[in-house]
Design a protein around this ligand. Structure first.
Ligand SMILES: [Zn+2]
Length: 273
């Protein structure tokens, strides 16, 4: 599932291909991908608008348009935005094609069909859904500590809560908790100041590393040029990609379900205190 580093990569790599380009039309292979407004209005309103910028907030992409609208895209479980895919495999699950002047297009590929597009005149609804950006300077260890407060939910579940902190999903939550040696079942409010500081540092380190590796292609994520990211090569536990044993203690890596999400960790290094 695309998380902050994957969506950030899509933004960075899509930008040079689409900035200043006019949308000449949209082909909706699967109309359900448009959540707002109606399909007819979506197509009529977006056509003729020029792409003036792309920003990211959490796992949302916001493509700003010359008419004052935003095309808000969420890739959800399996989405990718690919510029001119050149293989049958990449074309296989294309749900929408945004045609640009100059004969190129953005292909919205989404095998599992959870992805969505909204054409809106303001993006306040995105802001209301999200907590702070974990890579901004204003997101300090103190901010994380305050947001954890006395919360009693498992820290793993809290890291996935987009209102607590935006952009972290299952993969990077497991990696950050492993690196910080914190058991995923620990109650959020029970973490010591030292533990919160360590977790905060590991969240930032892991997200930056994943961005520099252009995201993790563990499942169906592709970069805009159709290639794969390599962030998962560095996974220690997430998705079981770190192997069956812990690289620190040699003990077995365990998979348990925490609040509905498969969670990998080392029960020895991440002891429940
Ligand atoms: Zn271990």
């Amino acid at each position: 599932m695309p998380e902050l580093p994957e969506v950030e990569t899509v933004k960075n790599e899509l930008l040079p291909h689409v900035i200043g380009r006019c949308i000449t039309g949209v082909t909706l292979v699967w109309e359900g991908i448009v959540k707002e407004p109606s399909v007819d209005e979506f197509q009529a309103r977006i056509t003729g608008q020029v792409i003036t910028g792309i920003s990211r907030r959490g796992k949302y992409l916001m493509i700003s348009l010359s008419g004052g609208d935003y095309l808000v895209v969420h890739l959800k479980m399996s989405g990718s935005l690919i510029v001119s895919p050149d293989s049958p495999e990449l074309l296989k699950f294309v749900r929408a094609i945004i045609h640009l002047d100059g004969d190129s297009s953005i292909f919205f590929r989404d095998p599992r069909k959870f992805g969505m597009m909204r054409l809106v005149s303001d993006v306040d609804f995105v802001e209301r859904k999200l907590g702070p950006e974990p890579l901004e300077d204003s997101f300090t260890a103190g901010v994380l500590a305050r947001r954890l407060g006395k919360r009693t939910a498992p820290i793993k579940a809290l890291l996935l809560d987009q209102k607590l902190v935006a952009g972290i999903g299952n993969m990077y939550a497991d990696e950050a908790l492993y690196a910080a040696r914190i058991n995923p079942w620990r109650r959020g409010g029970s973490l010591s100041r030292r533990e919160v500081k360590c977790l905060h540092g590991e969240i930032q380190r892991i997200l930056w590393a994943a961005i520099s590796n252009k995201g993790a292609s563990v499942d169906t994520y592709f970069r805009p040029d159709g290639s794969e990211g390599t962030a998962h090569y560095e996974f220690k536990v997430a998705h079981g990609l770190g192997g069956k044993t812990c690289s620190v203690c040699g003990g077995p890596i365990t998979r348990e379900v925490v609040r509905g999400r498969g969670t990998y960790y080392c029960p020895h290094c991440q002891r429940l205190k």
